[in-house]
Design a binder for this molecule. Structure first.
Ligand code: ARG
Length: 263
């Protein structure tokens, strides 16, 4: 995670960002610290990346790389405003014992567009990550990639429209169908016939931008419609308020890069 000490909205690269709208920085920091402390209280360790004063979107740490089995595929950002973040992430991984850190050839925004299940890498395209990155990520990790077309600019990253709840063998996900093309919806129905389907209101409240450890699901709290269905499926939803960070177009998952070690 990367503290939002320098968070602000001075440019707009997604429909949620309005540079005219003020950000309450102390509140953003407090909300972010609450998320970090929740992870720690649940027994998860959290590493902090040093924020760069010139990179206000750095708080969305999920975009900086993808880590599977302890191997790291770095990011290459679609927008110049965020481009220098990639090197900061790659350097962090190299300095923290990750031996295999690859600089990517094609544009990919890390876990913003790549979601990991036991069987597959689900990969978004359409707004940020290049379709060419899908072949690259498959080759690097040796895991089959399922490419999914995003069609609504409000859901510009896969992690705004789909969340992996349980990365066990069959995998359980929740998603918002209208964020995807017709063909990609059919693919999701085929792979995940029992998926939890989110309403438009919950999706717009960033309800899919969750982090699950397989039991606890940290959910943007305004996505009220997701809590009961999650409980019915045996999960324990925990509401998180990241309202200030929503002004940059991100929430719980965007702020969290998952370090998946080798077994
Ligand atoms: N302002 C950032 C951008 O538009 C938000 C990134 C959100 N991160 C995410 N994983 N969806 O790039």
């Amino acid at each position: 995670m990367c503290p939002p000490e320098h968070f602000r909205v001075t440019y707009s690269i997604n429909p949620w960002m309005d540079p005219g709208k003020p950000v309450d920085l102390p509140l953003a920091v407090a909300q972010w610290e609450d998320l970090r402390d929740r992870y720690r209280a649940l027994g998860h360790s959290v590493e902090e990346l040093t924020p760069d004063p010139d990179l206000p979107d750095m708080v969305y740490a999920a975009n900086g790389a993808t880590v599977v089995d302890g191997r790291v595929l770095g990011a290459r950002f679609a927008h110049p405003e965020r481009a220098p973040e990639a090197a900061a992430h790659a350097e962090w991984y190299r300095e923290h014992g990750f031996a295999d850190v690859r600089e990517p050839e094609h544009i990919n925004e890390g876990e913003g567009d790549f979601a990991v299940t036991a069987s597959w890498l689900l990969a978004g395209r359409g707004f940020r990550s290049s379709p060419l990155s899908h072949g690259e990520v498959q080759e690097f990790f040796g895991r089959p990639v399922i490419g999914l077309d995003l069609v609504d600019p409000h859901f510009y990253h896969l992690d705004t429209a789909l969340c992996v709840l349980d990365d066990g063998v069959d995998g359980e996900v929740m998603y918002y169908p209208d964020a995807f093309s017709r063909g990609s919806r059919a693919v999701l129905e085929r792979l995940f016939p029992d998926a939890l389907i989110a309403s438009e209101a919950d999706a717009r409240a960033f309800g899919l931008n969750c982090v699950s450890d397989g039991h606890h699901v940290l959910v943007p709290q305004a996505a009220t419609g997701l809590f009961e269905p999650l409980r019915e499926r045996g999960y324990e939803p925990i509401g998180i308020d990241l309202g200030e960070l929503l002004k940059g177009g991100g929430s719980v998952k965007c702020c969290t890069a998952e370090l998946r070690p080798a077994d």
